[in-house]
Design a protein around this ligand. Structure first.
Ligand code: NAD
Ligand code: FES
Length: 295
């Protein structure tokens, strides 16, 4: 069992929990995710790691209560425990394997959209711990939904906030903010890491392609079981079939087929849609289920 050491409401329907998970805390890295199961019957929920402490043996998760399963997670209180907490899973951020001298020479910008700010934080924190300061745009619909602004300011270079309704920071979405930084503030970036809703990542990539700035995205939103078994997170990257939970979650955003990813996400939501996908794609998963020929 995995004890909830701390629970906090960051914004309406956005919960932060610190979980005692010694094995995961010992080896997890920024960019990786965990699968949480509230009780024995609970659905498996893949969540990107938001922070970890090797000393306290804890891992921090942030989630939005959108459906039955996340609502069930949010009902748990400090001192109670989750049935299962599996991880770390997926690949760590590519930045971690780049030579640090190369990273120090680059101007890095993170674009965090809404709840996507949570998986951005450990990457910016890791860079800070290694003497690298990255800038960060945090965008949300309104002031109430801006999360982790203070935490980010402690580890980032400059933090720029924007809200769709203008209630905090620049009025506009993250792309408006990026355009403003480049045209009005004379900012230049070599590499952008964008994490947020699919639609945001798609439009950020369209803009950064025009601007000629390398862009990494996190395809966590299309994951369902996080094991390579369900096939939900299948996507095309540079013409090749990939699985976000096994080969990602991060990919070169300019090579991701967002239209297909969004179409598949819609179809995967219903039994009828899943049947359409099976008909069209055959065995849609990554293999290893023991019942198919893929391994
Ligand atoms: P949201 O819809 O409120 O959007 C957050 C911000 O993204 C907006 O304020 C805006 O600045 C930007 N944005 C949205 N659409 C845009 C567009 N078309 N063009 C430019 N910018 C745009 O976000 P939310 O409700 O907090 O996020 C929920 C989504 O985030 C869920 O779909 C969830 O799956 C996803 N998410 C993704 C990750 C990840 O790893 N990629 C992690 C956590 C959550
Ligand atoms: Fe199910 Fe990746 S989330 S195969």
């Amino acid at each position: 069992m995995y004890e909830i050491v701390k629970k906090e409401l960051l914004a309406p329907n956005i919960v932060r929990m610190e979980i005692r998970a010694p094995r995961t805390a010992k080896s997890c890295l920024p960019g990786q995710f965990v699968i949480v199961k509230a009780d024995e019957q609970g659905e498996r929920i893949p969540l990107t790691i938001c922070d970890y402490s090797r000393e306290a043996k804890t891992v921090t998760i942030v989630f939005q209560t959108v459906g039955t399963s996340t609502k069930l997670l949010a009902e748990y209180e400090e001192g109670e425990a989750f049935f299962d907490f599996v991880g770390p899973l997926g690949c760590s951020s590519d930045l971690l394997s780049e030579p640090q001298e190369d990273l120090k020479a680059k101007k890095l910008l993170f674009i965090a959209g809404g709840v996507g700010t949570a998986p951005v934080y450990p990457q910016v924190k890791w860079l800070h711990e290694h003497g690298i300061l990255a800038d960060c745009i945090i965008g949300a619909r309104n002031q109430e939904l801006i999360i982790l602004e203070q935490e980010m300011k402690e580890v980032a270079g400059e933090v720029f906030v924007c809200t769709d309704d203008g209630s905090l920071g620049l009025k506009g979405n993250v792309n408006d903010c990026l355009k403003y930084l480049i045209s009005e503030k004379g900012k230049q970036y070599d590499h952008i890491i964008a994490i947020g809703p699919l639609i945001m990542m798609k439009f950020v990539c369209l803009l950064t392609k025009e601007l000629g700035i390398k862009t990494t995205v996190s395809m966590n939103p299309i994951m369902v079981d996080g094991t390579g078994m369900c096939g939900a997170c299948r996507l095309t990257v540079g013409g090749e079939t990939k699985f976000a939970c096994v080969d990602g979650p991060e990919f070169d955003g300019h090579l991701v087929d967002f239209e297909e990813a969004m179409r598949r996400q819609q179809l995967y939501r219903t039994e009828e849609g899943r049947a359409v996908l099976r008909e069209k794609e055959g065995s849609t998963h990554h293999g290893g289920c023991g019942y198919c020929e893929e391994t």
